[in-house]
Design a protein around this ligand. Structure first.
Ligand SMILES: *[C@@H]1O[C@H](CO)[C@@H](O)[C@H](O)[C@H]1NC(C)=O
Ligand SMILES: *[C@@H]1O[C@H](CO)[C@@H](O)[C@H](O)[C@H]1NC(C)=O
Ligand SMILES: *[C@@H]1O[C@H](CO)[C@@H](O)[C@H](O)[C@H]1NC(C)=O
Length: 267
């Protein structure tokens, strides 16, 4: 039994894409483990989201009683049908008389229909969408096994961490004045979709140039503060602000203020 917070799909759709990707990745790692477990390939019988809990942003199964290590026996391929409400598959019957990878494929299709379709594409970075589309397509048709699926997830993570998905940017940062070694008070400010904080607009950024582009795309944004906190992928968090409050010395932070905002204040 794992204790943790129960999975709320609606709530998850309001969390940043990076956190939803983490949940899907931890599910894939779990299924990889189950497919190659010392007991043999294990199928989870009940795949409803309520069977899972979150522990530190990772997905865990609450109850391993609802699992089966039995591999279905067969004489021909038609004995190896895998039926789901909207789809069915016929797997191979091996010469040893077992349905090939049946437990692994059953888990994978359930992961696709209960998790990936909802959590992966929603608000994903544009340049990563083709890769996520491939994952949805290959798992939805059961063309990939769990090994290739894990490989595909790790590739997306790699692209995301390196920022390889970012479009070429113009030099937007030069429109900002940099104050290194400062931050501002945490105050209530404008909110944005999928914020890490309910007080204001806090998002994960790849670098300050990326943050400048995000600030420019938000009409209220006049400045941003790059904070010390990092997300699980190692990206920094930035707090986007509509107004500038008192500066506080902080060696671990930097404040970036739009030049246009400072000239307006002087007038
Ligand atoms: C069944 O086996 C054939 C021949 O090895 C292979 O080409 C095919 O992809 C297998 N089908 C499934 C569903 O694994
Ligand atoms: C995967 O892509 C193929 C070809 O574009 C399409 O026919 C199929 O319906 C897709 N499958 C899923 C599950 O999206
Ligand atoms: C999947 O990975 C496991 C562990 O690395 C390995 O033992 C197994 O042979 C791989 N299976 C396939 C089909 O590549």
């Amino acid at each position: 039994m794992e204790l943790g917070s129960p999975l709320e799909m609606i709530q998850l759709l309001q969390t940043p894409w990076e956190e939803r990707f983490k949940i899907c990745l931890s599910l894939v790692k779990l299924l990889f483990y189950l497919a190659h477990s010392p007991l043999g390939s294990i199928a989870l019988l009940d795949f409803q989201p309520r069977q899972f809990v979150m522990v530190d942003g990772n997905l865990k199964v609450t109850d391993m009683d609802d699992a089966s290590i039995e591999e279905r026996l067969c004489r021909e391929d038609n004995d190896c049908t895998l039926d789901f409400p909207a789809k069915s598959f016929i797997l191979n019957c091996t010469t040893a008389g077992k349905c090939e990878d049946l437990n692994e494929k059953k888990n994978l299709f359930n992961a696709y229909r209960y998790f990936f379709t909802y959590l992966l594409p929603h608000t994903a970075p544009t340049a990563l969408r083709p890769f996520l589309g491939d994952i949805l397509n290959t798992t939805g048709d059961l063309r990939y096994g769990i090994n290739e699926t894990l490989g595909a997830f790790e590739k997306v993570l790699h692209l995301y961490k390196l920022g390889l998905y970012l479009q070429k940017r113009h030099h937007l940062l030069k429109e900002y004045i940099t104050l290194k070694g400062f931050r501002t008070m945490e105050v209530q400010d404008y909110k944005c979709w999928l914020s890490y904080s309910h007080l204001g607009c806090v998002l994960s950024i790849h670098n300050t140039e990326d943050a400048a582009a995000m600030c420019n795309s938000q009409p209220q944004c006049q400045s941003f503060i790059v904070m010390q906190e990092r997300t699980w992928t190692g990206r920094q968090l930035a707090s986007f602000r509509s107004s500038l409050t008192d500066l506080i010395p902080d060696v671990n932070s930097a404040v970036y203020i739009k030049r246009s905002a400072t000239s307006r204040e002087r007038l």
